[in-house]
Design a protein around this ligand. Structure first.
Ligand SMILES: [Zn+2]
Length: 220
């Protein structure tokens, strides 16, 4: 043998990959034809190693990773879409709700929040913790022989929004009867709690029923 085994074995990887010189190649081939030890080493080099993934395996892994990334991306897209949708729906609903509360007029119910007082300007209704947009008034004069009794009924209406945002520290005032319109002739003032559509048209025969269901707020 022309060359020692260790030299040939050093050259085997280069020979296997076909990157050694023509001289080395011939030396290796000649040695392999004579040395079974080096030939075995060369054979084991040529066999595919089971530890390394085959090209097909790594291709499969790459595809798996790619599809996993695609699924993750789709899930993220869906999550963003759902998040944005929920935000938009909540925003639109809130706008509608606020709009509804700002425009829906309702009678302000009596809960110890309304009082009446006589001032120099006349009879004033005082509302706590809310703002009324409308004041409905009805004065009923009942003649009893020489005496005329004057009953004043009223109710206030406002929006749900105002009742929510107005603090209890806020008072709003409403003129029920100015002094020059005969405030001093009024015998009693009631907060009307009956059928609100009927107050305008009520007649004397209904008066007692209405007095019974209304809240007396002021008497001289
Ligand atoms: Zn050898």
């Amino acid at each position: 043998m022309k060359y020692p085994c260790n030299l040939i074995q050093d050259l085997l990887p280069l020979y296997h990959d076909g990157v050694c010189s023509e001289e080395s190649k011939q030396a290796v081939e000649q040695h392999l034809s004579e040395c079974s030890v080096c030939k075995d080493t060369y054979t084991s080099l040529s066999e595919p190693s089971e530890l390394l993934p085959s090209p097909q395996d790594s291709e499969r892994e790459r595809k798996k990773a790619a599809s996993f990334r695609a699924v993750k991306k789709r899930i993220l897209k869906i999550q963003i879409f759902v998040g944005v949708s929920v935000f938009v729906i909540v925003a639109v609903l809130s706008m509608f709700l606020v709009g509804f509360m700002k425009t829906s007029e309702q009678v302000i119910s009596y809960e110890d929040n309304i009082s009446v007082l006589m001032t120099d300007d006349g009879l004033i209704g005082r509302l706590q913790g809310n703002q009324a947009n409308y004041l409905k008034l009805k004065r009923v004069d009942v003649e009893n022989g020489d005496v005329t009794n004057a009953y004043l009924f009223f109710y206030l209406s406002g929006t749900k929004w105002d009742s929510l945002v107005t603090s209890d520290a806020v008072f709003s005032e409403y003129t029920l009867c100015p002094t020059d319109k005969g405030a001093t002739q009024i015998d009693c003032v009631f907060y009307y709690t009956g059928d609100y559509t009927g107050m305008e048209t009520m007649n004397e025969s209904e008066l007692q029923t209405i007095i019974d269901t209304s809240i007396l707020l002021w008497e001289p």
